[in-house]
Design a protein around this ligand. Structure first.
Ligand SMILES: Nc1ncnc2c1ncn2[C@@H]1O[C@H](COP(=O)(O)OP(=O)(O)OP(=O)(O)O)[C@@H](O)[C@H]1O
Ligand SMILES: [Mg+2]
Length: 637
């Protein structure tokens, strides 16, 4: 006879789908720490190895332990546990169950010791009913779901756990599925198959584990025929590696690289009053030899109750924070710390979703929203700390100043200023005759055009003459009580600069848009892009060698200006969709790359400007093949 688990199995399966990879490891580790463990070991169950050649992952701790009765109660009911359950920041009573049962239909065995007395349970999926159940054992004629551990299916469960937990502590064994009985690397169906990834996950998800002794038994090869036969394997290349897990903080602050790499500077930047702050860590020099069991390069993450969420090293995300240079991205980690949402007292902040794989955000009633990371990034970019700016300058020094002429912006602004107008909401004054509405003022000011109807005074100037006046007013957004009106504003022409290919998602991408650049909104042009190189080479072949560099500069400048114009013009789309959508869908690297591949418009501009260089190459020189020319240009001087 079996005991049904109350709470539908469908619910477990559905919640599991929202879990991230290795989340089972997080749930078991947190359970152990919440039950006062000082030692937790992600180990291997060795009897299965010896008898059946099966490698099962175990999680053992020296925490408080559970009695047989507690085991049944806590694991056979969803939403049940020994801790306070309810609030969005408290325990849900589901963690370990939802993260482990669906990929372990053969079962999860939990053996627990409390006051030296042991009990075990075995939860399985009943293939007929599709329900999770506790196996009922027959012990000397008595039926029980929580027997004293003994020999079952050839494994002596009493001898399975390490000796150090026999006073109080718990061991979980993941039994996998018929198809995937080896659970030592994790859930094979979820691509958990890399030998270092469990350590990497724990070292990235948890901020600081240095107060505990947390260890992972790591295998040394992905190939099963090279796995160890016993814990104290003689052959060092097979013996499991007992890696201590320390958490992300250690690798940002304590590490030392063999040749001088170290933490250069760190600090905290308030991003949004006392609601959001960002801790940043900037390292310098060679990266430490972490290999792959912890994060070795910079990332951005959100901190929530000792754990890191939404960890990203995505270039686009770094750009939100004003960091484009990959040399700086490699060395900079930003830990964003928003305040927690409290349903009644504090209606602004973050909280985890049901599966605890993602964080959600609520601001004044707008529930369950995405974390506004791009906005927070912009605030960070606005006040970049001095040492980060210094690192950016150093990274840029190679090509900075290659094109430092800014007159084009004024020229373009003068040329298109009238055509690239946009309607915006701005603060209204009492003297305004225009229709007023209500909105909310922001701290940003905007240039607006005002037409004042000026009556000429001279006798001959009876006609009305419109005069354009430029004013500076605070910008506003809809929703609020302030008096605002709609006005025209000229679109700003962004800056551009040249950058190397490692600042782009793909080395062949031509351009990228960085609205949060510390120097102001900027288009970056990939100086290494093969498309640009081809255009430059083509035009260089047309002019004598001494102009090679001048030609290259003119071509780069034309593409930079054209890209800047495309961005400025596309600002008009914000009348139809949000700026965030314009940036994401119309100004991403792919879109800009395609947008700049046309040649007709650019060539005519390039041609115009090159004509100032004077005479083109003479006949015999022109006969040289383009390929030869390219080779010649690439030869070091
Ligand atoms: N290693 C352990 N040592 C002692 N008690 C444990 C251990 N693991 C689980 N428990 C008990 O089992 C209960 C159920 O664990 P489970 O992870 O399913 O839910 P929870 O931890 O209460 O809530 P959450 O959904 O937040 O994880 C826990 O509340 C705890 O009382
Ligand atoms: Mg839990």
């Amino acid at each position: 006879m079996k005991v049904n688990i109350t709470g539908a199995s469908h619910f477990v399966n559905r919640m599991f789908e929202a879990c991230g990879t290795y989340q089972w490891a997080r749930e078991f580790l947190v359970n152990s720490l919440e039950a006062n463990a000082t030692r937790v070991e992600f180990g291997i169950e060795w009897q299965g190895v010896k008898k059946h050649g099966i490698y099962r992952r175990t999680i053992s701790d020296n925490a408080d332990g559970m009695t047989g009765e507690e085991l049944i109660r806590f694991f056979s009911t969803l939403g049940a546990g020994g801790k306070k359950i309810g609030g969005i920041h408290e325990n849900f009573g589901v963690g370990a169950k939802i993260a482990s049962l669906p990929w372990n239909p053969e079962g999860v065995v939990v053996i627990s010791y409390k006051n030296r007395r042991a009990a075990m349970i075995w939860i399985v999926l009943d293939p007929d009913s599709g329900e999770y159940e506790l196996i009922e054992f027959d012990v000397n004629g008595q039926k029980t779901c929580a027997p004293v551990p003994s020999v079952i299916d050839g494994i002596d469960w009493n001898a399975a756990s390490p000796a150090w937990l026999r006073e109080h502590g718990t061991m979980v064994v993941l039994m996998g599925s018929k198809r995937q009985p080896d659970t030592v690397l994790g859930n094979a169906d979820a691509a958990e198959s890399n030998i270092k990834d469990l350590s990497l996950y724990l070292n990235t998800r948890f901020w600081d584990l240095s107060r505990y002794d947390v260890r992972v038994a790591e295998l040394r090869s992905e190939r099963k025929n090279l796995w160890p036969q016993k814990p104290n394997e003689r052959n060092a290349s097979r013996r499991p590696n007992n890696r201590r897990i320390l958490g992300a903080c250690y690798f940002l602050t304590q590490f030392k690289a063999p040749r001088g790499g170290k933490l250069n500077d760190s600090g905290t930047l308030p991003i949004d009053g006392d609601r959001v702050s960002a801790d940043w860590y900037l390292s310098e020099g060679e990266r430490p030899a972490i290999y792959s069991y912890a994060k070795n390069t910079g990332y951005i993450a959100i901190f929530y109750k000792g754990e890191l969420f939404q960890v990203t090293s995505n270039k686009a995300h770094f750009r939100w924070f004003g960091i484009t240079e990959s040399a700086v991205q490699q060395n900079l980690t930003i830990i964003v710390k928003p305040q927690l949402y409290e349903p009644k007292q504090r209606p602004w902040g973050i909280y985890p979703d049901q599966s605890r794989n993602r964080l959600l955000f609520t601001a004044s009633g707008d529930k369950g929203a995405e974390i506004p990371l791009s906005g927070w990034g912009m605030k960070f970019a606005e006040s970049l700390p001095a040492s980060i700016l210094e690192a950016i300058r150093r990274a840029r020094s190679g090509i900075a100043g290659y094109l430092d002429d800014e007159t084009y912006r004024k020229r373009l602004q003068d040329k298109f200023g009238n055509r690239w107008n946009m309607k915006v909401l701005v603060q209204a004054s009492r003297d305004d005759h225009k229709k007023k509405e209500t909105g909310k003022l922001t701290e940003e000011s905007r240039k607006i055009y005002e037409r004042s109807n000026y009556q000429g005074t001279g006798r001959l100037h009876k006609r009305r003459k419109a005069v354009k006046v430029v004013q500076l007013r605070f910008q506003a957004i809809p929703g609020g009580e302030d008096l605002v009106l709609e006005a025209k504003t000229p679109v700003d022409v962004p800056r551009f600069r040249m950058a190397h290919s490692d600042e782009f998602d793909q080395p062949w991408h031509f351009a990228a848009w960085v609205p949060n650049d510390p120097e102001g909104p900027t288009v970056i042009i990939n100086i290494d892009s093969p498309i640009l190189e081809e255009v430059i080479t083509y035009h260089q072949t047309e002019y004598p060698d001494i102009y090679a560099e001048e030609v290259a500069k003119i071509v780069c400048r034309v593409f930079g200006e054209v890209a800047a114009c495309k961005i400025a013009h596309s600002q008009k789309l914000t009348r139809l969709i949000t700026e965030e959508e314009v940036n994401r869908d119309y100004r991403n690297e792919q879109a800009l790359t395609l947008g700049l591949m046309g040649l007709i418009a650019e060539d005519s501009l390039i041609g115009q400007r090159l004509s100032s260089l004077g005479i083109r190459r003479t006949e015999p020189q022109l006969l040289q093949s383009t390929a030869e020319r390219t080779r010649a240009l690439k030869r070091p001087a």
